[in-house]
Write a protein that binds this ligand. Structure first.
Ligand code: DSN
Length: 424
């Protein structure tokens, strides 16, 4: 069959560059051959990947649709306009900017829109579940801005709302930020909105982790409450590896100027086209079912791991991920990650609240259900996966040759054959 589309010519790539072609094949084999439980990963659709592998990668289009600094933008303007309109409609937002290259770039633009160097932001501490770009000293955000951090309550392990309020009133930050990368529970957006109004701050939500659940109407949306919501498009949302921002109309100009020209140059038009495809996918009933199943699976996984003594912090999850304290079974996060990996289960070590261990060792693991749910697995499979994780991390030694790793790997293989990733 002939096609007017020019791209994704794998045979040509294989002929010209067998090294990189080999990497593409073996990465696909790796994805297909194991269980992917990294909470921030997913498996984007062939439609999204097709848009990514297109000639739109060639086009310079600095500016915005209808207002570009280059000629020849008629077609990419269509792609970006579709992405913007679909994004606004999906999240019922006043304004959308779909140009951020990543979550970190999106966050950079939010700082750029609202803050001057030296001003104060109130955000969640990284070891409590926050994110590098929320003011850590190693990131631009902590080098250029004054970050005051809140954490979680010692008893509930959920956001310490009393501390948030106390710090907000004491430090009067320019921005109050909610969101992070290891928060299993729903965030009380109404509380943050009221507090921000009380002290005259901007309320920003970094929804990168859970925005896919919002898109699928499986959890409440931050959009009606926040001044600005930044997110990535590749986590539960299942789009290309990139970022986006939605905001209230009054902030539209400031956000657009901060994304371009303040923080970025030419937008990645192939990625913007892939975002448009993804937003269309997310508006379907199938995606809504998927988002609900992600939560059901994450909850089952958290419960079943807890039954093995792998304690879920906060007692469980409302979202796509759970964070587990391994101290009860005497295994470090680093060892657990290595032992699971040796058995074909990919997850990550993670600091737990008030973690006594160093971050590169950690006392916990973070597990997420987006990938395995994309593969069609349900709660029965989550119970089995919890058993496999427990066996791998308590009996294995971190080598693939160990009997426990082999035993678990055989069951992982059987499971991924029944629920294949990217079916052939
Ligand atoms: N690194 C991502 C995560 O794994 O949560 C967040 O940026």
């Amino acid at each position: 069959m002939t096609t007017p589309f020019y791209g994704s010519d794998f045979d040509a790539l294989q002929q010209f560059d067998p090294d990189i072609a080999g990497v593409l094949i073996s990465e696909l084999d790796r994805i297909r051959g194991g269980l992917q439980l990294i909470a921030s990963e997913n498996m984007s659709s062939p439609a999204v990947i097709t848009a990514l592998g297109s000639t739109l990668t060639n086009k310079y289009a600095e500016g915005y649709p209808g207002r570009r600094y280059y000629g020849g933008c008629s077609e990419v303007d269509k792609a970006e306009t579709l992405a913007i309109e679909r994004c606004k409609s999906l999240f019922d937002a006043d304004h959308a900017n779909v140009q951020p290259h990543s979550g970190a770039s999106a966050n950079q633009a939010v700082y750029g829109a609202f803050m001057k160097p030296g001003e104060t932001i109130l955000s969640m501490a990284l070891p409590m579940g926050g994110h590098l770009t929320h003011g850590t000293k190693v990131s631009f955000s902590g080098k250029w801005f004054n970050a005051v951090n809140y954490g979680v309550d010692k008893e509930t392990e959920d956001i310490d709302y009393a501390e948030v309020e106390r710090l907000a009133k004491e430090h009067k930050p320019k921005i109050i930020l909610a969101g992070g990368s290891a928060i299993p529970r729903l965030i009380d957006f109404e509380f943050f909105r009221k507090l921000a109004d009380e002290i005259g701050a901007i309320f920003w939500v970094d929804a990168a982790h859970f925005i896919g659940l919002v898109a699928g109407k499986a959890i409440p949306s931050p959009v009606p409450y926040a001044d600005v919501v930044s997110f990535t498009t590749h986590k539960v949302l299942r789009g290309p590896r990139a970022g986006a921002i939605v905001c209230k109309e009054e902030h539209a100009k400031a956000i657009d100027k901060a994304v371009f020209p303040m923080m970025q140059g030419g937008p990645q038009m192939h990625s913007i086209a892939a975002k448009a495809v993804n937003f269309k996918e997310c508006a379907t009933p199938e995606y809504a079912d998927y988002a609900k199943q992600v939560i059901a699976n994450a909850q089952q996984l958290a419960t079943s791991l807890g039954e093995h003594g792998i304690r879920p912090t906060t007692g469980g999850t409302d979202t796509h991920l759970s964070l587990h304290d391994l101290q009860g079974i005497g295994v470090t996060g680093a060892d657990a990650e290595k032992r699971a990996d040796a058995a074909g289960i990919v997850l990550n070590k993670n600091a737990i609240p008030f973690d006594p261990a160093k971050p590169n060792i950690a006392s916990g693991i973070r597990v997420g259900a987006p990938c395995v749910t994309t593969q069609g697995m349900g709660t029965d499979e989550m119970k089995q996966i919890a058993d496999l994780i427990h066996t791998a991390i308590t009996e294995g030694d971190g080598t693939p040759e160990h009997a426990a790793a082999k035993k678990v790997r055989a069951q992982v293989t059987e499971l991924v054959e029944r629920f294949p990733a990217y079916p052939r």
